[in-house]
Ligand binder design. Structure first.
Ligand code: TYD
Length: 229
């Protein structure tokens, strides 16, 4: 947990095509424009070894990957991310915004691949030494909407995205179950709402968390007036 660190840890979660990256960027811009120190990052990735693991685990070119191997690869990338990037930033009073974290492994490997939530959670507790977000924003997406959104234009699907709709339906339910088990740590929003509406609701919740936290106030002269467009 980041309880004792002065930063704030926010994760965006949801199925593929939920619009997490757009909302993570909006939130990061809004907080930076208020003069706060913000780190925007993603999983798998966020470190050099994490980016290598990302391309190994997402590319179609490596043949079938055993589900436990897959879970361990995501957890290995996450261990580096949590230890080398997220914890030090939180200790410096930074607001860390990650696109995906432990819930993605519980949903995709636990539910989607059938490994079960319990084992995947305990693997990730160990990998991150128990580092959990202060808030998880779950953008809840219907699997067929998600597929339509991510294949718009000529975009191709990665190894996990190209799994059938029932795989993505299991993932959706796993995310919702995690949120229902700890409602005060989640903000669940419908991914098909207007981008502006979603951005405003997320910012409102994060600002109230910042007000109640020990995130350092912006230094004099650092505040930029107004949001980015
Ligand atoms: P993402 O970065 O959201 O994909 P993109 O940037 O291409 O939209 O996530 C990559 C894929 O990895 C996504 O299908 C979800 C999957 N994933 C897992 O299966 N387990 C995990 O622990 C994580 C972090 C991602």
């Amino acid at each position: 947990m980041s309880i004792k660190s002065p930063g704030l840890f926010i994760a965006f979660e949801g199925g593929d095509g939920a619009g997490k990256s757009t909302q993570a960027a909006r939130l990061s811009d809004a907080l930076e424009s208020r003069g706060l120190s913000v780190l925007r990052t993603r999983e798998p990735g966020g470190t050099p070894i994490g980016e290598k693991l990302r391309s190994l685990v997402l590319d179609h070119g490596h043949g079938t990957i055993d589900p436990r191997t897959e879970a361990l690869m995501f957890a290995a990338a996450r261990a580096a991310h949590a230890g080398q990037v997220i914890r030090p930033a939180l200790a410096d009073g930074t607001v860390v915004i990650t696109d995906r974290y432990i819930d993605s492994s519980v949903a995709y490997q636990g539910a989607g691949r059938g490994l079960g939530a319990e084992g995947v959670l305990s693997l990730n507790e160990w990998a991150t030494e128990g580092l959990h977000p202060d808030l998880t924003v779950l953008l809840d997406v219907d699997p067929s909407d998600g597929r339509q959104r991510r294949t718009a234009g000529d975009a191709t699907e990665d190894r996990l995205e190209s799994e059938p709709d029932d795989f993505h339906a299991a993932i959706r339910h796993a995310f919702l179950d995690l949120a229902a088990a700890a409602p005060s740590s989640y903000l669940v929003l419908p991914a098909n709402a207007e981008v502006e509406t979603l951005a405003a609701r997320i910012l409102e919740r994060v600002e109230s968390l910042i007000a109640a936290s020990s995130v350092p106030a912006p230094l004099d002269g650092e505040t930029v007036v107004g949001d980015h467009p």
